[in-house]
Ligand binder design. Structure first.
Ligand code: GLU
Length: 363
């Protein structure tokens, strides 16, 4: 089970921006424990701007360059603290800083996704934040609720948990209304919920309930459940991942397994084709294997790295579709070669596979 956990600025820093060590310790201990129990974890952490403000002892910045400067100071502090706490529990963490084009540019998407899968395979806990320092408007997520939902979809997570200073979604704003009631389960986001959610988070945070609902809409569409819960709740990650009702759970209409695979199968016309021999066709269709260059007999069409291509058997029937790790010129050069011969032909060997299993849909 892969769980993406998002933690907000107000959950790990004090209002003055200093890191809240007690909270961070509880969080890391719990995540380490859930990880030890066999679950995979990706942590999306805000707090870079906040920690920068805390360290420099200044006011929350209003200009973009100041914010970016604070993030540059604070991101290192955050990672230092995470590294310190997680290593207490013998966990290895990795810093992953993303911008929006990591999701919109096919080549960058592919690489970001593969890097995340590699980290998880090594048993590492990736800690993701927006690359605030370089993000200009077109490249910005702007808030980590959106970022965490995109990460959950990209990594095909089983659950997204958004930890916040609020313990879930209420039927009206609980800050101004004592009779506001927590909604434990949501299977449809209504216009009224969106309307009620339009106030912002704390001074150092970017989100609020509005961006959380947008995140829920994204994950629900991808078939991934999402939970909003209080970061102060004991054992919240373990309980939410065990299916216990804690905070508010957003339930997708159907758990759409391999959404991305279906998208690959149904999506736009392939930019080219790889024809494969009988052995490779069998490996793809019956043995769950990736497509290696050795099984490829010819390449048709012109495509780039990250484009979707079709895979044909020797009779010309399209049997699979997937994202190519090599462009058409390179693919033609390595067709029929063993993976350990790729470097001799191309002078580099970025991938052993032409199409990795994770990025392939059988037709
Ligand atoms: N990336 C920002 C930070 O680390 C936070 C964005 C957010 O609060 O959602 O400070």
């Amino acid at each position: 089970m892969l769980i993406v956990v998002k933690v907000g600025t107000s959950s790990i820093t004090y209002p003055n921006g200093n890191v809240n060590l007690g909270r961070m310790e509880l969080l890391t201990r719990e995540l380490a424990d859930v990880h030890s129990a066999g679950k995979e974890i990706i942590l999306t952490s805000s707090g870079a701007v906040g920690a920068g403000v805390g360290r420099l002892g200044c006011q929350p910045p209003s200009s973009l360059p100041d914010k970016q400067a604070m993030a540059a100071v604070g991101q290192g502090i955050l990672m230092h603290m995470y590294e310190k706490f997680f290593s207490e529990y013998s966990k290895t963490v990795a810093q992953v800083l993303l911008t929006r084009d990591c999701f919109s540019d096919p080549e960058r998407y592919l690489h970001s996704r593969d890097t995340l899968f590699s980290l998880l395979r090594f048993g590492v806990i990736p800690i993701i934040n927006e690359n605030d320092t370089v993000a200009v408007d077109e490249l910005k997520f702007g808030d980590n609720d959106t970022l965490s939902a995109m990460v959950a979809c990209c990594a095909e997570a089983d659950l997204l948990i958004i930890l916040s200073d609020i313990d879930g979604l209420y039927d009206s704003d609980p800050r101004g209304n004592a009779s506001a009631r927590l909604i434990p389960e949501v299977s449809e986001i209504t216009a009224e919920m969106v309307e009620n959610s339009k106030s912002k988070g704390g001074a150092l945070s970017s989100g609020g309930m509005f961006t959380k609902l947008a995140a829920a809409r994204m994950t629900m569409a991808a078939g991934i459940p999402m939970v909003i819960a209080s970061s102060a709740e004991a054992n919240v990650v373990r309980r939410a991942s065990d299916g216990e009702l804690v905070g508010t759970r957003f339930i997708p209409s159907a758990r759409r397994h391999g959404m991305r695979r279906r998208w690959l199968a149904a999506g736009s016309a392939p930019a080219g084709f790889a024809t494969v021999d009988a052995g490779a066709a069998d490996a793809l269709l019956h043995r769950g294997k990736s497509l290696l260059p050795s099984g490829v007999t010819r390449i048709d069409g012109k495509f780039g790295v990250g484009d979707v291509i079709g895979v044909r058997d020797l009779k010309g029937t399209e049997i699979a579709r997937g994202i190519s790790n090599y462009d058409s010129a390179d693919a033609a050069k390595i067709a029929g070669k063993r993976s350990d011969g790729i470097e001799a032909v191309l002078g580099r060997r970025d991938y052993d596979e032409l199409i990795h299993r994770n990025n392939m849909a059988l037709l």
